[in-house]
Write a protein that binds this ligand. Structure first.
Ligand code: G6D
Length: 348
């Protein structure tokens, strides 16, 4: 196992560095310290060829000009917060209104747009990147000096683990995720419409027309949201279900997971044979099928368009601060926030 390190870019006099973790099977994960962005994940398919299975770029400019959070860590609070405000112990906090008058994905300068301090850790059976960042009190409107740590670990079983830790000196909110867009066809040969997704989830959150949770928790029964026995993504993009249409002809929904760390999320591409199993400690996962991925730029030579990637953003629930019935995103003073998601790659 080895780690490669190289300069990726310069940003306001600071160097952005790319780190590539390589295991003994030939799997590679490349990430940069700007936004902890995963720029490549290279894994084999059934005929042995190693190809990249995530949407990403090779320059910082492209990330800054075009990227809808490709590969990035998202926080302090992933997802939307209605009207960009929340109240904690009688104090109302006003956040950046960066999405139709609401707050999305931590604001204009969220975790995805800052440079993290990176350290490499090499163990016998795994190699890790440890990113750290101090989000100062008041950053993007959030209270508390928050010390964040994100660890990317690759082992020799083609398992990639992402773990988070956060501690604040004041009561605050925290809901972190990774926003990688997967495409198991390899090097964007196909879109994701024929990918098969299996989800151990019997309920999902209803969204309003601004994609804010209404607070209603809906059953997946007899709908295109029932992935319990496996379903192709195109069932949702071709669906007449009002929630699929409202999301822009696809999915952009939080699902409540019925099980944890037990093969609860399973993505498969029949053509290549590539399989991705995701297991998490988080209560939910936002399924986003890149319905709003804009045209007009190139992604390593492929013209950008909708449905080129699928996001499975394991996390708490968007707008949970305004829905007491949702799991809480509140982090008490000196409480340690921890979260872990493992991505297991294989083929058949
Ligand atoms: C759109 O509604 C979607 C979000 O869920 C996604 O995270 C973002 O694009 C990249 O706003």
């Amino acid at each position: 196992m080895r780690v490669l390190k190289e300069k990726f870019a310069e940003q306001n006099g600071q160097t952005v560095t790319a780190y590539t973790l390589v295991n003994d099977q030939g799997m590679e994960v490349t990430a940069i310290d700007y936004g902890c962005i995963i720029t490549k994940i290279i894994v084999p398919e059934r005929n042995g060829s190693f190809e990249n299975v995530v949407l990403g770029f090779d320059t910082l400019e492209e990330y800054q000009q075009h990227s809808p959070y490709f590969g990035a860590v998202v926080g302090r609070h992933a997802g939307r917060i209605a009207n960009a405000e929340f109240t904690l112990d009688g104090t109302t906090y006003h956040l950046e209104k960066n999405n139709n008058g609401h707050h999305l994905h931590g604001g204009l300068q969220g975790f995805d747009k800052v440079i993290w301090k990176a350290d490499v850790k090499e163990e016998k059976e795994s190699i890790s990147l440890e990113f750290k960042y101090l989000s100062k009190d008041g950053e993007e409107g959030y209270p508390g000096n928050l010390n964040m740590k994100v660890v990317y670990e690759l082992n020799n079983q083609n398992e990639f683990k992402v773990s988070y830790e956060g501690v604040s000196d004041q009561k605050t909110v925290l809901n972190v995720t990774n926003h990688t867009y997967f495409n198991l066809s390899g090097n964007l040969k196909e879109d994701i419409l024929n990918h098969t997704l299996t989800l151990k989830s019997s309920r999902f959150l209803e969204l309003d027309k601004e994609l804010i949770p209404t607070g209603e928790i809906l059953s997946v029964d007899s709908t295109p949201f029932d992935f319990r026995s496996g379903r192709k993504i195109k069932d949702g993009t071709e669906s007449a279900h009002p929630q699929n249409i409202l999301a822009g002809n696809g999915y952009d929904h939080p699902f409540l997971l019925d099980e944890h760390q037990n093969n609860e999320i399973h993505l498969y591409d029949k053509e290549s044979g590539r399989k991705l199993i995701i297991e998490t400690t988080e209560p939910g996962v936002v399924l986003y099928t890149s319905n709003q991925l804009e045209a007009g730029f190139s992604i390593r030579g492929t013209a950008s368009r909708e449905y080129l990637g699928i996001c499975l953003e394991t996390q708490g629930f968007p707008d949970s601060l305004n829905h007491p019935q949702f799991p809480s995103a509140i982090l008490e003073k000196d409480e340690v926030y921890t979260s872990e998601t493992v991505y297991k790659f294989s083929f058949n």
